[in-house]
Each structure stands twice: as structure tokens, then as C-alpha cells.
Design a protein around this ligand. Structure first.
Ligand SMILES: [Zn+2]
Length: 280
């Protein structure tokens, strides 16, 4: 649509006269179709990749969550072992007390008391370990709830983007088919040489046509030499198409877009203003 509005603007400014070669007029429109078609094709390639990326991310989040759950399970198993150890030690203590009751010498009593004290020490160590394990579990539970949130978000995002991608792909395919029709109708209307030039430049550069604004090629940003700029501005539509000396694209000039911008240029070099006053 950009190309068409440009042409309408050209006709508005210079009624009855177009500074643009008739083939170039069509090529400007063709380029808008080609650029849009490329955008759609790129999007058709990018969207499945985007969805695949989200699937990979979901798997990674699931993996992280499974890792945290595994650590939680290991801490729980550790505490069960510790508790069973504590029970064993408590049984030893009970046995020790019975042995003390049945002891016949002071030496035996002292030995059993040692056994009991040792078992109590072992219980104390395990209770400390249990406490440490519970602290780790608490931290892991916090990680689990973060992992749960991340998983829910990843699932939601994937589901949403899958639908959006499918809708966009379907819409893009329709738009692309429409553009292909327009291109197929337009291309035969362009002169053979101009069309093959266009195709050759577009193949190498991505786009074949560039607008000249403020004496610059808008595609490569290089200045157009003053004489060539004047040629571009004053040309008749019967003239040969002009190319940018820097990038080789076909140049066109749109007075409707260029003129207002020139007025906003705050400072004009003295040299340029002299040249301008001599010309006018
Ligand atoms: Zn250029």
C-alpha cells in the first residue's frame, strides 16, 4: 500500500506529470508486495520455531521441578532413616538400663552407663541431622512452589502461543496467496528489461528500489551527488531509470515526501544556499 500512496502523492503534487518512469511506478508497487510477502514467509518460518522454543523451555522447567522433587524425596528418606536409627539407639538405651538393673558389679554398671551415654550421643547427632534436613526441606519447598509457578506459566504460555501461531499461520497463508496473485498480475505489466533488473538487484540486495530523500538514498544512506540528485528530481518519465551509485538500487524521488522535510532542515550550508539562489 505504501507504493500506491506514494504514487497518489506524486500525482497530487504534479498533476498531469509524473517524474516516475511508468515501469518504476509498477515496480514500486511490486516491491511493497515482495517485501510484505517476504515478511509473511519469514513469519511462517519463525512461528513454528517460536513454539518449538517454548516446548523446549517447558521441558526444561519440568526438568528443574523434577530435580527439586527428587531432592525433597531424598531429604524425606534421609529423615526416615535417621528416625529409625534413633529408635534403634533408644532400644539400646532401654536394654542398657535393664542390664544395669541386673548388673552385679560396679564395673559392669559403669560399662553399661557408657553404652547408654554413647547411644544418647548418637541420638543427639541424628536429631541435629534431622533438624538440618528439615531446614533444607523448607528451602526446597520454597523452590518447589517457584517451580510450580514456573511450570504453570510455561504451560499457559505454550498453549496460548500455539493457538496464536496457528491462527497467524492460517491468516498469513491467505495473505500470501493474495499477494502472489497480485504479483502474478503485476509482473507481466512491467517491461522485460526493467523487471529483470529489478529481480537481479532484489536477489542481491533484498530490495531493488529505493526512495531518494534529502539527497540521500534511503536504502544505503549514502549521499547522491548534486548533479545526479538534480537529474533525479527533474527527470521525465521517458528517461532511463536512475540507480544509486553506492548500492545499485533503482532510485525514485517523491516531491511530496521530500519537500516538507527540506523545510525543516535548520541550517543550510552557505555554499548550498548560493548554489540554490543561482539556480532559482
Ligand atoms: Zn543506495
Amino acid at each position: 500500500m505504501g507504493g500506491l500512496s506514494v504514487l497518489l502523492a506524486l500525482r497530487r503534487v504534479w498533476p498531469g506529470r509524473s517524474s516516475v518512469h511508468p515501469d518504476l511506478e509498477k515496480l514500486i508497487v511490486l516491491q511493497t508486495h515482495d517485501v510484505e510477502a517476504k515478511r509473511l514467509r519469514d513469519e511462517l518460518v519463525a512461528l513454528p520455531k517460536l513454539v518449538a522454543g517454548l516446548e523446549t523451555k517447558l521441558k526444561a522447567v519440568e526438568g528443574q521441578r523434577a530435580f527439586v522433587l527428587d531432592l525433597i524425596a531424598k531429604e524425606e528418606a534421609l529423615r526416615r532413616r535417621l528416625e529409625s536409627d534413633v529408635k534403634d539407639q533408644q532400644m539400646k538405651i532401654e536394654k542398657g538400663r535393664k542390664k544395669i538393673d541386673q548388673a552385679t558389679t560396679t564395673a559392669m554398671v559403669t560399662a553399661f552407663e557408657h553404652e547408654i551415654a554413647f547411644a544418647q550421643g548418637e541420638i543427639g547427632k541424628r536429631e541435629d541431622s534431622e533438624l538440618e534436613s528439615m531446614e533444607r526441606s523448607e528451602a526446597l519447598e520454597a523452590q518447589r512452589s517457584l517451580a510450580d509457578e514456573a511450570l504453570a506459566t510455561a504451560k499457559e504460555t505454550l498453549a496460548r502461543e500455539r493457538v496464536r501461531a496457528a491462527d497467524t499461520v492460517a491468516a498469513d497463508k491467505v495473505l500470501l496467496a493474495g499477494l502472489e496473485e497480485k504479483r502474478a498480475a503485476l509482473r507481466p505489466q512491467v517491461g522485460e528489461t526493467a523487471l529483470s533488473n529489478y529481480d537481479r538487484i532484489a536477489k542481491g540486495k533484498g530490495t531493488a528500489i529505493s526512495e531518494g530523500i534529502n539527497q540521500k538514498c534511503t536504502a544505503c544512506q549514502m549521499m547522491v551527488r548534486p548533479q545526479r540528485w538534480n537529474d533525479l528530481r527533474d527527470r521525465d518519465h521517458d528517461d532511463e531509470m536512475m540507480t544509486c551509485e553506492s548500492c545499485g538500487r533503482l532510485l525514485y524521488y517523491d516531491p511530496a515526501r521530500d519537500a516538507p522535510q527540506k523545510k525543516t532542515v535548520p541550517v543550510e550550508s552557505i555554499g548550498a544556499s548560493i548554489i540554490r539562489s543561482l539556480r532559482s
